[in-house]
Design a protein around this ligand. Structure first.
Ligand SMILES: Nc1ncnc2c1ncn2[C@@H]1O[C@H](COP(=O)(O)OP(=O)(O)O)[C@@H](O)[C@H]1O
Ligand SMILES: [Mg+2]
Length: 263
């Protein structure tokens, strides 16, 4: 069986600046991959390459045996940060419906089939009860569950989730993670979950994809999240501290606070 995702010798440069180089990865269908690394490491850049919205400068990407642009129909995507709907009067349900129709704005034309699909994804993310309220009045946690719902439209084989936990409190983080873990179980979806802190994901992820210093390392948590591997990746000394089933990544020189998985 071919890999869900195969990345070979990937490199991305913007002008003179090289963000990523020599990135390799092979991810199996149904794996839950936690993607970590400091701000500016290139996590979003890599995700955009997978979605086909950014062309790598070097190397190849194969997703279910296809190039990124064709494969993008198989990928559900939650972009990083706010999505520009903060002041919309449209209901959450209308926004999800519009995403299904491939439209961003306007009143979507609906069919029984499209309404059923929207109901299905809102049910999975436990967003049905507030889906008819304007998106703008929803809490951060509610909005993220609506954004997850739109990513689930059409039963994608892969989910690319770019920092969906940012700005959520621990309770809403846990709820979102459980929804995603349930989707993985129910649909055998392949999950790429970008997060700043790996601790909330320790119990659900299968492997870690760590991006830092222009490179990346994919493996089991013990293989990747240790002082030797991360110091090699960062190109300076890193300590990994484990306490009370939590992981903390700290620089001996105190200069990678952003890299830390601590909160
Ligand atoms: N379109 C672009 N043009 C120039 N530089 C970019 C562009 N997109 C991203 N970058 C740069 O690439 C680096 C990685 O960015 P990004 O992938 O967003 O990091 P992360 O998601 O890991 O925080 C940053 O230094 C960013 O400024
Ligand atoms: Mg990012």
């Amino acid at each position: 069986m071919s890999a869900a995702l195969l990345i070979s010798d990937l490199g991305v440069s913007f002008g003179e600046t090289t963000v990523l180089s020599g990135v390799n990865a092979e991810i199996r269908a149904g794996e839950f991959i936690g993607v970590f690394g400091p701000n500016g490491a290139g996590k979003t850049t890599l995700m955009r390459c997978l979605l086909g919205t950014l062309r790598p400068s070097q190397g190849t990407i194969s997703i279910f045996g296809q190039g990124p642009v064709k494969a993008s129909r198989e990928i559900g995507y939650m972009p990083q940060g706010n999505v520009g709907f903060e002041s919309t009067a449209l209901s959450a349900r209308a926004l999800v419906h519009a995403a299904w129709r491939g439209e961003k704005w306007g009143v979507p034309w609906s069919t029984r089939e499209s309404r059923a699909e929207v109901d299905r994804v809102l049910e999975i993310t436990q967003a049905s009860t507030y889906a008819d309220r304007p998106f703008s009045v929803l809490s951060g946690g509610e909005r993220q569950r609506v954004m997850l719902a739109q990513a689930l439209l059409g039963q994608p084989k892969m989910l690319v989730l770019d920092e969906p936990l940012a700005s959520l409190d621990p309770k809403n983080q846990a709820l979102l993670i459980e929804c995603i873990a349930e989707v993985k179980r129910a649909m055998n979806a392949t999950i790429l979950f970008v997060a700043h802190d790996m601790n909330p994901l320790l119990h659900v992820m299968d492997r870690v994809f760590y991006i830092a210093g222009g490179g990346a390392l994919l493996g089991n948590i013990d293989q990747v999240v240790n002082s030797e591997s991360l110091s090699h990746l960062y190109k300076f000394p890193i300590d990994v501290v484990r306490a009370h089933d939590r992981v903390f990544i700290v620089s001996r020189e105190g200069n990678v606070t952003e890299a830390a998985c601590c909160d």
